[in-house]
Design a binder for this molecule. Structure first.
Ligand code: HEM
Length: 426
């Protein structure tokens, strides 16, 4: 093998084991989602560094520097678009990757820590998206960040302090831009990079991706094939196809840029970035403390703890664990969509408009939370005791339900909320 080729192979083998189980090469096990996320992170780092050559992180110059980048610098608009689309696709791809990990039983013993690290990665990339959102300093950025940082203020005891910490004062201004800039270009990418290396190493230490465990047969190791070229060729095909897709998307679809930020003129409606719209939608129905603190905290705690509860992972390597699991997943998705839509409509049309909600702590906080807890416990014991689903299948249904609810709330918030956050037809 020529020396240059051997060095590339050596580099690849720092991240991959020399051989991998043949069974884990099938595309429909992972859909290449983890690899796609890596590729998008690569595009983000590359285009981010290029944009740093032009961008000025001060409230006087940020907006003008974006105009210069997109109007005067050769390929500047394209680079900005690639960064924008990679960042937004990364959120979608990472959530799908999380779902595939959950639905193929890949957070069980040996992979628990990696699930937790994955959740931190998700948190970091949402934070990265959000801090980057402010940097163009246009109306969209200014008001979206105003909405989200004021949500922080509802967190009991330390909310005001947190809000001022992120804003760098009472209002959004030069200090906020400086804070967000440092978080976006230094702190978050640095932490993300370290956690990513840990994430990959843990996949390697677990012996690669999950494999089908044949309970009835004695443990017969699946045949292994060499990583180069078998795995690497597949990764390259998926990665290059994705890059081609993003580059093409970025030619035809520009990143929005409104007028320069104007603290005196709030748009109507003022919306959070799309990935936080699910929470903004919750805010229309629940007491703020529950919408921005109690429910997200309960959800995050449940996701963090789920691998550490006995027998919660599905049989490994098989989507939904079994045919029965697949049927349960389909029903859960359908019921989740219908129930969320119905609740939103009932709340808006019968119980009062979104803006005229009587936000009392009991009726819009404790009561719905209590009902949710009782319903979850009842549903769990009905599925396990009466319908004989396994604990893992029931937990899978819970994960699907949370993600479906959040997705429906996000779609409603992004497309079906108009002036004063009233329901509208898009
Ligand atoms: C920046 C975001 C992320 C990147 C770049 C990333 C990357 C990867 C890659 C390359 C793999 C191996 C290949 C594959 O499974 O497709 C992997 C596996 C894994 N990821 Fe992620 N990931 C990210 C986020 C997450 C999230 C949000 C979770 C879940 C909370 C997660 C949990 C896992 C687990 C448990 C595995 C092992 C899967 C198995 O053994 O089959 N990751 N990740």
């Amino acid at each position: 093998m020529p020396k240059s080729r051997r060095s590339i192979t050596d580099l690849i083998l720092h991240l991959h084991p020399p051989t991998v189980p043949e069974e884990t090469l099938r595309f429909n096990l992972s859909w290449g989602l983890g690899g796609m996320a890596v590729m998008l992170v690569g595009l983000l780092f590359f285009t981010g560094i290029l944009m740093l050559l032009v961008y000025q992180p001060s409230t006087d110059q940020a907006y003008t520097s974006i105009l210069i980048l997109t109007r005067e610098v050769p390929f500047g608009l394209w680079v900005r678009n690639i960064h924008h689309w990679s960042a937004n696709l990364l959120v979608v791809i990472s959530v799908l990757h999380l779902l595939r990990v959950a639905l193929t039983g890949a957070f069980g013993p040996g992979r628990r820590l990696n699930w937790v690290i994955g959740l931190f990665l998700l948190f970091l990339l949402l934070s990265s998206n959000f801090t980057g959102y402010l940097l163009p300093w246009d109306q969209l950025a200014y008001w979206a960040v105003t909405i989200c940082t004021s949500m922080l203020g509802y967190i009991p005891f330390c909310g005001q302090w947190l809000q001022e910490l992120f804003r760098g004062g009472a209002e959004i201004g030069p200090a906020t831009l400086a804070n967000f800039f440092v978080l976006h270009v230094a702190f978050i990418p640095g932490t993300l990079f370290i956690l990513l290396l840990w994430h990959f190493w843990l996949v390697r230490r677990a012996g690669g991706l999950v494999q089908i465990k044949k309970n009835d047969a004695p443990e017969a190791p699946s045949p292994r094939v060499s990583t180069v070229p078998n795995l690497v060729m597949r990764e390259a095909a998926v990665g290059l196809a994705l890059v081609a897709f993003v580059l093409t998307l970025a030619i035809f679809w520009n990143t929005p840029l409104l007028e320069q930020a104007n603290p005196g003129m709030s748009p109507n409606p003022a919306k959070a970035p799309w990935y936080f719209m699910g929470f903004q939608e919750l805010l229309l129905h629940l007491h703020p403390v529950f919408a921005v603190f109690v429910w997200p905290l309960l959800g995050a705690a449940a996701f963090l703890c789920v691998p550490f509860w006995r027998d919660t992972a599905l049989p490994t390597g098989v989507w939904f664990g079994s045919g029965q699991g697949r049927t349960l997943a389909a029903w859960t998705t359908a019921i989740g969509v219908v129930a969320t839509l119905t609740l939103i409509l009932i709340d808006n049309l019968l119980l009062g408009s979104a803006t005229a909600v009587t936000n009392t702590f009991v009726t819009r906080g404790l009561l719905p939370t209590g009902v949710l807890m009782v319903l979850s416990a009842g549903l769990y014991s009905w599925l396990v005791k009466k319908l004989n689903y396994s604990r893992a299948e029931t937990v899978m249904a819970g994960i699907i339900l949370v993600l479906v609810t959040l997705t429906v709330c996000t779609i409603i918030g992004v497309w079906f909320r108009g002036p004063e956050m009233h329901l509208v037809w898009p």
